[in-house]
Every structure is written in C-alpha cells, then in structure tokens.
Design a protein. Structure first.
Length: 516
C-alpha cells in the first residue's frame, strides 16, 4: 500500500490540530478506488472508523479544555510563592469574626469585611492559604495594627489639649508608626479592592486583631491541649456525636438493618472575663508607645491566668471547695473545671494513692476511664509542682525507677530535670493546681497538706472563642489618682462534649498525696 501523506501545511501541535489532519487522511482514503490497493467498501469502512475517532477526539478536546480551565482557576485560588495580588485574593473572605469587631465612629464597616478577615482570622488558618512571605508581612502588620489602636485608645483616654492636638494632626495617621504600617498594608488593600488601589476603605485600626488572642494562647498550658472552636453567635449549638454505632452481621440477600448515628447539640454559652491595667497620665504619644508592650503582655497574661485557674478549679454549678468557695466575680466561676468534673466521677475514676503514686497506680487510673483512657495521644496529665517533683523519680510497686533507665539516660529526668510526658501523654504542671487538698482531692481546710493529679481525655472537651480581646481606656474612674485605666475584655466558653458520667468517663483523678 503506498504511503498516504498528510498535507505538509497541517501541523499537529495541539488537540485542535488533530481533527483537520484526520479529515485530510479521510479524504485521501475516499479517493483510493483502483482496487489494487483497497476497495471502495473497505475505504468507506476505514473512513467511518476515522470519523468515530474524530468524534472521540471531540471529547478529548473538551476534557483538555476543562483541565486547562481548572489549572487557570487553581492558579487564581492557590497562593504562589510571592506576595502578589492574585495570591492574596485566594484568601477566603467571610464574616466569621465580624460580630466581635467594634468600628468606633465608623459607618462603613461593611466595606472592610474582606480586609478584617486577614487581621482577625487565626494565623494557622492564614498560613494554610497565604504564602510564607505574605504571612510574615501580615504578622508584622497585625502587631502594628494593635499598637496603633492601643495608642489611639490611650490618647482618647488622656483627653484635654493632648487629644485635641492629636486629632488636629490627623489622629491615628499622625502616629510615627502609621507610614510603615500603611506601606505594609498596601498589597493587601490592593488585592482586596475590586476597583484598584485607593477605591476602598483604608486599613484604619478600629478594633483589635487576633494577635492578642494568640498571646493568650501562648500563655495557656492547659488550654493549648484542648480542641478550640469559633463561636459565630451566642449561645452556639455545636453538633457532637453520641455513642459509637456498630454494624450488623447479615446473610446474603437480607436487607440491612438501620442504625441511626446518635447526634447531639452541645450548647456553648460564652462568659466574659475582664481586667484593668493602670498607667500614669503623664503621657504623650511616645510614652504610650513605650508602655505598649507592657499593656499587651499584662492583658494577655492576666486573661490567660484566669482561664487556666478556671480550667482547673472552676466550679460554676456548685462549690466543691467548702473552705475556698469562689465568689460570683471570681474567675473560678467562669465554668465547671476539671477538678469539679473529676469529683462528679469520684465513684468511677478516683484512685487513692495514699502516698506517692506508683507506675501501677497510674495505669489503674487510666484503666478506670475505660475506652476514654486508651489512646495516649488523646490524653493529658495535670498536676502541681510538688507532685511533679516526685514524678521525676517515679517508681513501680517494687521500688524500681521507671524513668531513670540506663538505656534512656539521654532523656532521663536525672540529667535534664524535665518529664514532658508519662505513658505517652503530655504532663502539664499548673501553678493553680491546689497543694492544700484533703484526702478526697477537695479543699475543706485551707491548711490542708495533700495534693494529687488528674488525667483527662482531650477530645472530650471543647474551648469556644466568642469574642477576641477588646481594649478601652478611660481616665474618669481614677481621676483623683491621675491615672488611666486600660480595660481588656474577652468572651469564651468551656465544657465537656457530654456530661461526665459512668458512660462518659472523660477524666480521672489521683488523690491523697502528701506535699512533704
């Protein structure tokens, strides 16, 4: 059979070039009719086959076009390696944090929704979307944002001629930090402004970013072990699963019986915590900037310390410490804490150590939690510094050291003084863990001399954030002492996903350990 050449002017370099080439081949086959090479019938059959190929290529072209469109979409929505407008537009804009933002004196809050997603979203969410250099710039901008806002609050609190001069010079724009902040925010503003730079609202600080929340989280030892959720409203219903379901054994041809998944709504009710930081009124803009770091750290530490105390000793439903019952304004009245819930489970998961605990006693404590004490990665230990010191030389019931083994001398507590985990679960040493408990783990006498420890399943508890930190300043209350008060407030909620019971043994306690 002689070679059938395709028109040399036709070059097949992309999918749309294939169809013309095959059409050329089809025409040549139809012209072959001398019988010595092929019959008309065979040529027609070959032409029909090629026609089928052309039809199939249409589908190939469509698939290729869809893939191209997907690639273009991905390029627009997946951040690249540089801080560019297209990458920043990839950030998912929503209104999750907007209810917590107070736009002081602003009527165009809606126009800044997209901007404030950058500033209010947790940094772990930001890092999942934006490239590394964008995250670095944003972290710096968030610190500047809060600094400008705190200085602005301070100047409004100072009042008088200082405030008049400050406002006449442009308010927050007169601060020395503003030009650098504005320059840093320009790429973000341009990326999220539909009509180009300058057509949208400016990045005017009118609230506080989530940076102070992150400061608080850094201070939290126990809170960092918990699963946290954002509360878009209050109260907030959070769906959780009840008891696990199991399958049925069935024979062939038999209908499968139905099993309903047990779902429940966990209701979070946020509670407010607040604190004051006092400063002198002998302030101008520079001196306010000088105390800015102190204000941030004091507010972050104070609110975090209150939450940690509530995690451990909270007793909202009822007071379990008769000699130290919390007042209504005490941080221990925020919610029911771990000690309270462990006391509810005393009949099921309490272990009386009657002295220094042994390794075997700790495993019994875990075993009493049943399936909620199985996975080391789900659990965490909590105790005070006195029992922690004893655990550094933990022994078994025969008196042999558990953690000071020769084959693990590099990690031995004898050499580094740190016991980061026990039986695969992290160990938290909390300053607010009581050292004056009775033999039941309660404070019935302030002069008590016993302590203990707790083991809890981290997946059994949730921490909800309703409001980020808000800071306000005022000189009115402390007028006679010539001081300015900075007030920081926040709202959060904490509870177990199911009421602790013999079925849901999320926590266990070990008690009756002498502090001497």
């Amino acid at each position: 059979m002689p070679e059938i050449d395709v028109d040399p002017d036709i070059k097949v370099t992309k999918p749309e070039d294939i169809e013309p080439a095959l059409e050329q081949v089809r025409k040549r086959l139809l012209n072959v009719s001398n019988g010595r090479i092929a019959t008309d019938e065979k040529a027609e059959r070959a032409a029909a086959d090629i026609q089928k190929c052309i039809a199939q290529l249409e589908d190939v072209k469509k698939d290729a076009q869809r893939a191209l469109d997907m690639a273009k979409l991905s390029a627009r929505t997946v951040p690249g390696a540089k801080l560019e407008d297209m990458n920043l537009r990839a950030f998912p804009r929503n209104e999750r944090h907007l209810p917590d933002i107070e736009f002081r004196g602003s009527k165009d809050a809606d126009s800044r929704k997209g901007y404030y997603d950058f500033l209010m979203a947790p940094m772990e969410d930001v890092r999942a979307v934006l490239p590394a250099d964008a995250c670095s710039a944003l972290e710096k901008a968030r610190r500047m944002h809060d600094a400008i806002e705190i200085v602005d609050v301070g100047m409004h609190a100072v009042g008088g001629r200082a405030l008049t001069t400050y406002l006449a010079n442009g308010g927050h724009k007169s601060q020395r930090l503003w030009p650098a902040y504005e320059e840093l925010m320009t790429p973000f503003q341009r990326a999220l402004t539909t009509g180009g730079a300058g057509t949208g609202a400016e990045w005017v600080p009118t609230g506080y970013t989530s940076s102070i929340i992150e400061d608080i989280r850094q201070e939290l030892a126990i809170g960092n072990l918990l699963t946290t959720i954002d509360m878009p409203q209050n109260p907030y219903l959070y769906p959780v699963q009840g008891l696990a379901v199991k399958g049925y054994k069935i024979a062939e041809g038999i209908a499968i019986s139905q099993r309903d998944i047990a779902t429940l709504n966990l209701t979070f009710n946020a509670v407010k915590q607040a604190m004051l930081v006092l400063t002198s009124t002998e302030l101008d803009e520079d001196s306010i900037v000088g105390i800015l770091a102190m204000i941030r750290s004091e507010i972050a530490w104070g609110l975090a310390a209150g939450m940690e105390d509530a995690f451990i000793n909270g007793q909202l439903t009822a007071a379990i410490d008769s000699a130290s019952a919390p007042a209504a304004t005490d941080c221990r009245s925020l919610w029911d804490g771990f000690r309270y819930m462990a006391n509810v489970l005393a009949a099921y998961t309490r272990v009386n150590f009657a002295g220094t605990p042994t390794a075997e006693a700790l495993t019994v404590l875990k075993g009493l939690m049943q399936n909620y004490g199985i996975r080391p990665s789900d659990g965490a230990w909590m105790t005070g510094f006195l029992l922690y010191a004893k655990l550094l030389t933990l022994k078994d019931q025969n008196g042999f050291a558990v953690v000071l083994t020769a084959d693990k001398i590099a990690q031995a507590t004898f050499s580094n003084g740190v016991l980061g985990s026990m039986f695969g679960s992290p160990l938290v040493v909390a300053a607010d863990y009581p050292q004056n408990m009775d033999s039941d783990g309660l404070i019935t006498d302030v002069s008590g001399s016993l302590t203990g420890l707790h083991y809890f399943n981290r997946r059994g508890f949730r921490l909800g954030w309703r409001r980020g930190v808000q800071i306000e300043g005022s000189r009115e209350r402390y007028f006679d002492t010539d001081q300015i008060a900075f007030r920081g407030t926040m709202r959060a909620a904490f509870k177990s996903i199911q009421p602790v019971s013999s079925t849901y043994r999320f926590i266990a306690s070990g008690v009756n350990v002498p502090t001497t």
